[in-house]
Design a protein around this ligand. Structure first.
Ligand SMILES: Cc1ncc(COP(=O)(O)O)c(C=O)c1O
Length: 392
């Protein structure tokens, strides 16, 4: 008996789906050094440009001096320290919910929330383009698991008709590989009509969306009755790491009792919570970051349309260019890199078969001149590669 990993890896290569990790040799930001090469990057999720902000770094330093480095234990033993608690209170305020609970990663927040809320005999309904962590959470929960058509409230309603037990409807807020946003008012209406709960993972919405960075629920003005379970992550627009679930007193107490990925893990370093408290301050108060980002998004979309690129229906910092064929997407990404531009090719299984794309992300740390360089690079590379051979 053998696992024959070599054959699996060879197949992956032959399908143009082999993944490699670029080695970052500088802090995160528009200008990076990757594998020894200076590049202008359009692929991180540091949407507000806070990952390398001097005040955030200083808060981390001061936090480490005061609180040490390690969390030391799980939250329920003796790992729940002052900065964790203060951060939870500040995040609850941002989310407009009574309470929030801090998790070590977004992946764990999603696993924890879904598996604590539904199990055998229950139902979990998910958008078919949800992030992998949400899909994994649904499968792991043991509840009846079903996916509805992307952002389609009628498709959700049809599945709600057949749902049994406690029913959780789960969606990304901003879809991570497409950049479009969930039609939350319609989804919330359907869920409420059937007594189901709506859970929204707004990993990519907190920060860029909402007048104060409160994400998609602030954007739509939705209450806790509309969205009882709200998840945010801290590794994207907050520029740090970790995640939170926000909701009612009862929800948070239930997660503390029953969410295994919360209970059975060491708390994040308290100094990290100090850094996030600072970045949260900046995220809420420095509106120019959101405004500048919107200017760049408009500039990019106008320029890309002039070149004739196929954009997606997105007004968020995630601006994918649809390519289709995985090999072609990888080739374009390589050509851009030869010109000093870094844009990641996203391929199946991260996205559905035949929908490989270049995932451009813009941040408040980019300048208009840098976006112009990207547009010029894209125009040249698409011209050089020529049109896609048709099947006819
Ligand atoms: C929509 C979404 N949810 C959750 C996660 C996971 O968050 P984390 O990186 O903190 O594990 C990600 C990406 O990382 C994401 O894009």
């Amino acid at each position: 008996m053998s696992f024959d990993l070599a054959a699996r890896l060879a197949t992956r290569r032959a399908e143009n789906l082999y993944r490699q990790r670029p080695l970052l040799e500088s802090p995160q930001g528009p200008e990076v050094v990757v594998d020894g090469q200076p590049l202008l990057a359009f692929c991180n999720n540091d949407y507000l440009g806070l990952a390398n902000h001097p005040q955030v770094i200083e808060a981390w330093r001061a936090g480490a001096s005061k609180w040490g480095v390690g969390g030391g234990a799980s939250h329920l033993v003796i790992g729940h320290s002052g900065p964790h608690h203060a951060l939870e209170e500040a995040l609850a305020d941002l989310a407009g919910r009574p309470r929030a609970l801090l998790f070590t990663t977004g992946y764990m927040a999603n696993l924890g929330a879904v598996t604590a809320l539904v199990g055998q005999g229950d139902t979990v309904l998910e958008d078919r383009l949800n992030h992998a962590s949400l899909l994994d959470a649904g499968l792991l929960s043991g509840a009846r698991f079903n996916r509805y058509l992307h952002n389609d409230a009628a498709s959700l309603a049809a599945r709600l008709e057949k749902a049994t037990g406690n029913t959780l409807v789960v969606t990304d807020g901003v879809f991570s590989m497409d950049g479009d946003i969930a039609d939350l008012p319609a989804l919330a209406r359907e869920a409420k009509a059937k007594g189901a709960w709506l859970m929204v993972d707004d990993a990519h919405g907190f920060g860029p969306l909402g007048a104060n960075g409160g994400g998609i629920v602030e954007h739509f003005g939705l209450s806790m009755e509309d969205v009882p379970v709200l998840v945010g992550t801290l590794g994207k627009a907050f520029g740090t790491a970790g995640a939170f679930v926000a909701g009612s007193e009862e929800l948070i107490e239930s997660l503390i009792q029953f969410a295994r990925p919360y209970i059975y893990t060491t708390s994040q370093p308290p100094a990290l919570a100090c850094a996030t408290l600072k970045s949260l301050d900046l995220l809420r108060s420095e509106h120019w970051r959101r405004e500048h980002l919107q200017t760049l998004i408009r500039q990019f979309r106008q320029g890309a349309e002039q070149i004739g690129l196929e954009l997606m229906d997105s007004f968020t910092p995630i601006q994918p260019i649809m390519i289709g064929d995985a090999g072609r997407a990888v080739r374009l990404s390589q050509m851009l890199r030869e010109r000093g531009l870094m844009v990641t090719a996203i391929r199946p299984p991260t996205v559905p078969a035949g929908s490989a794309r270049l995932r451009v992300t813009l941040t408040a740390a980019h300048s208009e001149a840098q976006v112009q360089l990207l547009l010029e690079g894209l125009a040249d590379c698409f011209k050089q590669l020529g049109p896609e051979p048709s099947d006819a």
